[in-house]
Write a protein that binds this ligand. Structure first.
Ligand code: HEC
Length: 174
């Protein structure tokens, strides 16, 4: 993170502290320019437990079409169902599979524990939310849910429940 107002060496931070005493309240840390202002945080819809949020997440996973017009025709079946997460990730995300184009679809058991994950091709670190956005855009071809939307939060809860007991941090090589 880039914080130009921070002194870099112990010596200059001592000088800064001295200056702050002299300036009094005028020396409060400047507002950070590198973060967005706090927005309206919707969080999850009112729930009475984490399990209930996971159940809602399972419903989103099975049924939400995220505004897509894209339909899914599985091999050997005729269907005009609109795309959902479950269209690709069968068995509630517990099964492995492949797309008609032959791309392999991983089981999502344990997946949540592998994030944040380094995506070499993108030279970027993906959070679980970022991966979900990717699957909504590229898989469902719909409009991704906001990071603080009930749909996103409930999906994260559901996927985390599928990872119960999985080892955190196994994505690190050291
Ligand atoms: C068109 C098929 C398709 C749809 C629809 C789809 N996915 Fe995926 N998903 C994939 C494929 C293929 C991968 C593996 C390649 C990748 O990471 O992009 C994947 C990977 C993932 C991963 C990462 C797994 C890991 O081990 O890192 C998560 C999490 C995930 N999907 C969640 C979802 C959710 C939630 C939805 C619905 C919002 C969804 N996917 C919709 C095809 C799809």
């Amino acid at each position: 993170m880039h914080r130009p107002h921070r002194a870099r060496t112990p010596l200059s931070s001592t000088l800064l502290a001295t200056a702050c005493i002299a300036l009094g309240s005028a020396c409060a840390s400047p507002a950070r320019a590198d973060t967005a202002p706090a927005g309206k945080f919707t969080a999850t819809a009112r729930v009475s437990s984490l399990e209930q949020a996971a159940e809602q997440g399972a419903q989103v996973f099975a049924n939400d079409t995220f505004g897509t017009h894209q339909t899914w025709v599985p091999p050997n079946a005729f269907s005009n169902h609109l795309m959902t997460c479950a269209a690709c990730h069968t068995g509630g995300g517990r099964s492995e599979g492949s797309t008609p184009a032959g791309q392999s679809i991983p089981s999502l058991i344990g997946a949540a524990a592998k994030y944040p994950k380094f995506k070499g091709k993108k030279h970027a670190v993906y959070t679980l939310e970022r991966q979900i956005v990717h699957c909504v855009r590229a898989g469902i071809m719909g409009k991704p849910p906001a990071y603080d939307s009930p749909e996103m939060i409930d999906l994260v809860v559901y996927l985390t429940q599928l990872s119960k007991g999985a080892t955190m941090g196994s994505q690190f090589s050291r």
